[in-house]
Every structure is written in structure tokens, then in C-alpha cells.
Write a protein that binds this ligand. Sequence first.
Ligand SMILES: [Zn+2]
Length: 304
Amino acid sequence: MMMEASSDRWMKCISTQGNIRGVAIQATELIQLMAERHQLKGQMIQGLGEAVIGSLLVASYCKAGQRVNLNIQGSGLFKQALVDAHPDGTVRGYILERDESQVAKNFQDGEAELGPWGEGYLSVLRTKDGEEGAKPYIGTVPLLTGYLAKDLSFYWVQSEQIPSAVGLAVNLDGNRVTSAGGFLVQALPGASAAEVRALEHHISEIQSLARNIAENSSPIHLLSQVFQSTAFVVVEEKALRFQCNCSWERVKRALVLVGVPELEIILEEDKTAIVKCDFCSTDYKMGEDDLRALIQQLKAASSA
Ligand SMILES: [Zn+2]
């Protein structure tokens, strides 16, 4: 059977003058897949989807081998999202819902002026994979609006001093993702005030990004909408996919950190140790015999 290739991808472009760059993302199937893995519903799908698309926008301008970790913590309906994205187009992540009783009443009534994240902060960590000692770059900004697209624009301006505009949208039919995408446009050194104004005007004319991508979610369509009369060339297109790097080896390392006394309690009470990977919702189960063997091994190592 032939597998239909996913059309999820990012497309990067630069104006022919070389002073405005942009990236547009289509991620419908990716967000659907991640929502299913984490068994998310409604707004939570949109919350994770926007965070995933947002982190891919950041990753698209990272160097090969780097890793982006987007961490958002809010006081609203969404409590936290953690997303890892790579410049090769792979991504993983999860979102945590705030306990309903802890959500401020104005959020529940939909009266809040802030977006679904409420107040909090957003941080972007950039590290080079495999270089534990390398100094990571970290930029943190407070959430000003509670809407990820706006706060991510603010991040670029504040933390990286690049005038930027971000759009993010996830459309749903029940709990099914019908379209998901976003864009990032940036003025590079040399862009004139008039060029930046023209771009801002085009973006403001995209009245509803959600409606726009529902009609046509292809990245080239979105870039044309944003750039309009500004000529641009496509410089890169990359397929996007979900990928988690968890493994039995990592799970074992995590269990070693739990320590012998705790492991003995787990063995006594539950007979199996279950370690869930938050990023992909995979359950790793270690049965009684393996657990006993691990404890023996740790005891032997500590007495050696
Ligand atoms: Zn995993």
C-alpha cells in the first residue's frame, strides 16, 4: 500500500531585495497526530498546535544541529507547554491543562481581556545537540497578551531585536484538525521604514488567519498574502514530522535516578514500573523480573 506523503512543511523565502524574510508553515496532519497521541480535546489541541507551529517557526531559522526548546507557562486555561523542535523539521511536545478550579473565573466566563495563556512567561532555549558543555542561548519574555502569536512576535522584537510578525492558527471540526498553520515575517537590517510599513499593512489585511488557512493552507499561498507586491524567492522547503527520541535506554537512566529504596517500594507495591514519556505519551513498562534485576545491578554497583 502506498502511503500518502504528508503535505506538512515549512517554506522559507526572502524578498528579492534581501531585506525581508519569511517562513510559512502547514502542519495539519502533524497537529492531528500529536493531538491523538496526547488524547487532547478542543482548545487544548489549539494550545499545543500553536506552540508546536511557533517552535517550528523559531527552529526554521536555527543552524543545523541546534535544538529549540519552547517553554510557555501561563496563568490561564493553559498551564504549560514544552516543545522541542529541530531545524531538520522534527518536533515533539506536550501541553498541560490548568485544573479547572484554578482557572480564574473571568477566564471561564470568557471575559478575560488576556488570551488563553493569561499571564506568565515564554522562553526559548537554543542548544547544540550532543554538546552538553556548550553554552545555550536562552531568551525569556513575559506574556503580554496571553495570545501566543502576539507574544512570540514580542519575543523576537524584545529578545532578538528583529522586527517580526507572527501568525498562528489551528482550525477544528470537533476534535479533528481541519487545518493548521502559521507564518513568521521579519525585517532584516537594511529594510526601509516604508517596506516594514507595507508589510505590516498586508498582515493587517489578513483579517482572519484561521479563515485564510481554512480556505488554502499551502505555505506559498500564505507567503503571497503576506508579501503581496513585494517580490520574493523561495529559499527552502522542508517536510515536517513528529519525532520523539525517548528510548528504553533513557527510561533506564531515569529509573536509576529514582534510587534503590524507591525502586524497592515500587517492586513491592506495584510489581511493575511504568515510565511515561511526556513528549509522546509512550508508556514504558518494566516488569517484576527486570525491575528486580535492575535493583540487583544498582546494589552491586554501589557496593563495588
Ligand atoms: Zn517519547
